[in-house]
Design a protein around this ligand. Structure first.
Ligand code: ATP
Ligand code: MG
Length: 322
């Protein structure tokens, strides 16, 4: 890390991405389970593939009798029996307990050799998909998306759950213009206010990782995981504004060294001249490199950027159809 810090001003620093490892050292107590849903795996027929992740595949499926459409996420457990099973079990434990309109709903979890999650189907795909089409989104829409994700994070953080992988492809959209948080594959339940168990650094997606997670030397490995979700939200919303991953130059290779320099030491990108003072201030509060000074979810929910306009889903409906 010291070497990298010294060389941070050198231009072509290309280091290979580290292998991501998910470490869940000890199970932590969780709130009670919701009653199980009546959906059975045998009732579902696969229609198409919706997405492919590192360890699994997400299918669009239909209930044979009532034709309801769901998303079925299948995590293959046979390839790495320890790490993947631990990750999948953690994801299942969290998903079975969360219940919020701002989080993709899980109707049931099944173990048939693979771990299968029957999920609410988000028919308009992800924010990443939307950005592929629209590239940049108007500020009002970014504010609406930000508010919904903050509501989801408020719920999760209230349950002591750190998401740890907030990014456009994990924010899903439906035709009603709702945005919901998905993918709890690397999330973690934190036991107490000063539990640093979530400091195992390289889980989640490096590009949206906060400086304190990237460079744990900065804080002696002691940091709270919750501000990392706020940082990631700030990066994702800035991406909606500028139209590309905002901490690197457009087209710059997102290798580990370049990301580390950009996230830990780089200048924050200029926002477009059209950006309002509220938006600029909101982004600054999310992207404070000092995690103790970064705004909390609660503070951001009362920030004028999201608090001043009435909540609306229409902007997203228009963006989907426009
Ligand atoms: P990654 O490792 O890329 O984060 P993952 O294996 O953890 O992926 P998810 O992030 O849960 O899997 O899903 C991968 C993709 O599948 C999403 O980006 C989205 O495009 C699609 N997808 C997931 N869940 C749903 C859903 N409930 N409704 C519609 N599409 C979905
Ligand atoms: Mg994902």
């Amino acid at each position: 890390m010291t070497l990298v810090r010294e060389r941070r001003h050198q231009q072509a620093l290309h280091l290979p991405l580290p292998v991501l490892r998910n470490v869940f050292p000890f199970p932590l107590p969780l709130p009670p389970l919701r009653p199980d849903s009546p959906v059975n795996l045998s009732d579902l027929e696969k229609l198409t593939i919706l997405g492919q992740g590192n360890e699994g595949t997400v299918y669009k499926v239909r209930h044979r009798r009532n034709s309801t459409i769901f998303a079925l996420k299948v995590l293959r457990l046979n390839e790495d029996p320890t790490t993947i099973r631990q990750q999948a079990t953690r994801e299942a434990e969290i998903l079975k307990r969360v219940n919020s309109p701002f989080i993709v709903h899980c109707h049931g979890v099944f173990d048939n050799g693979n771990l299968c999650f029957v999920m609410e189907y988000m028919d308009a795909g992800s924010l990443h998909d939307l950005l592929q089409i629209r590239r940049r989104l108007p500020e009002k829409l970014i504010s609406d998306i930000g508010r919904r994700v903050l509501e989801g994070l408020k719920y999760l953080h209230g349950m002591r759950i750190v998401h740890r992988d907030i990014k456009p492809s994990n924010l899903l959209i439906n035709g009603r213009g709702e945005v919901k948080i998905a993918d709890f594959g690397v999330s973690q339940v934190v036991a107490g206010a000063h539990d640093f168990a979530c400091c195992d650094t390289y889980v989640g997606t490096c590009a949206y990782m906060s400086p304190e997670r990237f460079d744990t030397d900065r804080c002696g490995g002691e940091y709270d995981g919750f501000p990392g979700d706020v940082w990631a939200l700030g990066v994702a919303l800035l991406e909606c504004h500028v139209g590309y991953y905002p901490l690197l130059l457009p087209g710059q290779r997102p290798d580990w060294g370049a990301l580390m320099c950009a996230i830990c030491f780089g200048e924050l990108p200029e926002m477009l001249p059209t950006a309002s003072p509220e938006f600029r201030s909101f982004v600054r509060r999310c992207l404070d490199r000092e995690w103790r000074k970064r705004a909390t979810v609660k503070e951001l929910l009362s920030h004028p950027f999201v608090a001043k306009c009435p909540s609306s889903t229409q902007g997203l409906v228009d963006a989907l159809h426009g």
